[in-house]
Ligand binder design. Sequence first.
Ligand code: DQA
Length: 149
Amino acid sequence: MNSVLILNGPNLNLLGTRQPEVYGSETLAMVEEKCRAYGASHGLVVACFQSNHEGALLDQIHAAKGVHDGIILNAGAYTHTSIALMDAIYSVEVPTVEVHLSNIHARESFRHTSHIARAAIGQICGFGSFGYLMAMDALRHYYEGRAAK
Ligand code: DQA
């Protein structure tokens, strides 16, 4: 079974009450539970972590090397600012899918830039919490492609 780490960054602990018109009404605990259940029925072991601190997210990415087969990362606002998170993804070489609940490209221009996107295998945005499940499918597809080589 492949193991996937779902990492959520700043303010995502407030899901459910934070701008529900943008981010939906599910809490982070609900989203994480949905991901664990989806993973379990699709051959993935899912671990979840959220932090409001860039360094804590960096530590999790570093610790993922050799432990997890993939990372699903919603870095929140650090997406648009953090070269350190981008470098960490490059450094550990764990395939990473970037996820955003909202369509960042349809929002303010400062959200159009993602440093994560350069290091990720792909980006999913605009589909709400379903995006995390899509990201799991993307990783499964990626593993199948790698196994076929
Ligand atoms: C977000 C989009 C970011 O621009 C924002 O700062 C977030 C959430 C999303 O999931 O849509 O915190 O990553």
